[in-house]
Ligand binder design. Sequence first.
Ligand SMILES: C[C@H](O)[C@H](O)[C@H]1CNc2nc(N)[nH]c(=O)c2N1
Ligand SMILES: N[C@@H](Cc1ccccc1)C(=O)O
Ligand SMILES: [Fe+2]
Length: 263
Amino acid sequence: MTKQSTYTAKLPEPDGTYLYTPEEDAVWGELYRRQMKLLADKACDEYLEGVRTLGLNPDHVPQLKDVNRRLAETTGFGVEGVPALIPPSRFYELLSQGKFPLATFMRRREHIDYIEEPDLFHEVFGHCPLLTNRSYANFVRRFGQKAVKLGKDYSWHLFRIFWFTIEFGLINTPKGRRCFGAGVVSSPSETHNAMEPSTSEFRPFDLMSVLRTPYRIDIVQPIYYVIHSFAQLETIIEEDIAARINEAKALGDFEPTFEAKAS
Ligand SMILES: C[C@H](O)[C@H](O)[C@H]1CNc2nc(N)[nH]c(=O)c2N1
Ligand SMILES: N[C@@H](Cc1ccccc1)C(=O)O
Ligand SMILES: [Fe+2]
């Protein structure tokens, strides 16, 4: 967890199941219902299809092993329970092996609209539906493999690619601009913000621009990058990422559009 986190890790029982309280189930259910309604005309079809494929429902917090089984039947991606944020090297290693790390604790009601760190709702409701999509899953695995190979000097820039696609990406579709980023679909505040041209800036995805854009993890995003297809993700990750990052470092970061984090 982040330094100021008020959450404790949710550890598995000896048989691998995770126990959630009735209150945690209720928060899951309320958020699930609210987001499914909100996202019907705001999330891309691939995401909404993924929710159905996974069999997610508002009745209770899903079990990791059920999510794992459904994913195994589609793209073969796996998920692995982790206590909270993990070090980048471990994060990248798991992705490279086709395993998505899932923080297993559930947010409390006070954070129902927005939480500053990934919780199980974000991980499962946000990421797992699209892990049923072949291009998304390929991108995530290839990203992990490249990140492992490039090592820690490239880590922060690499994460910007992940951030502006997998976490907070939008996509142009025949029905208009829709969201697919996990951090957009898992937070009611972020979903509203990401559809609001008066408070948000939308930029077409461009690798060099993304690599030069600083972000903050703990605020609704001021800038979103927009892809035109999931196949585009697969071409991005096959570029010479090390060379592009070196170029981005030479050019320097864009001026942040947000306030520095209070400490
Ligand atoms: C920069 C770094 O790679 C990034 O913040 C990672 C770190 N650890 C993480 N750990 C988890 N569980 N989930 C994440 O999204 C991340 N992000
Ligand atoms: N803000 C997201 C969670 C999140 C935190 C940090 C990074 C990504 C996602 C939510 O409320 O669902
Ligand atoms: Fe995430």
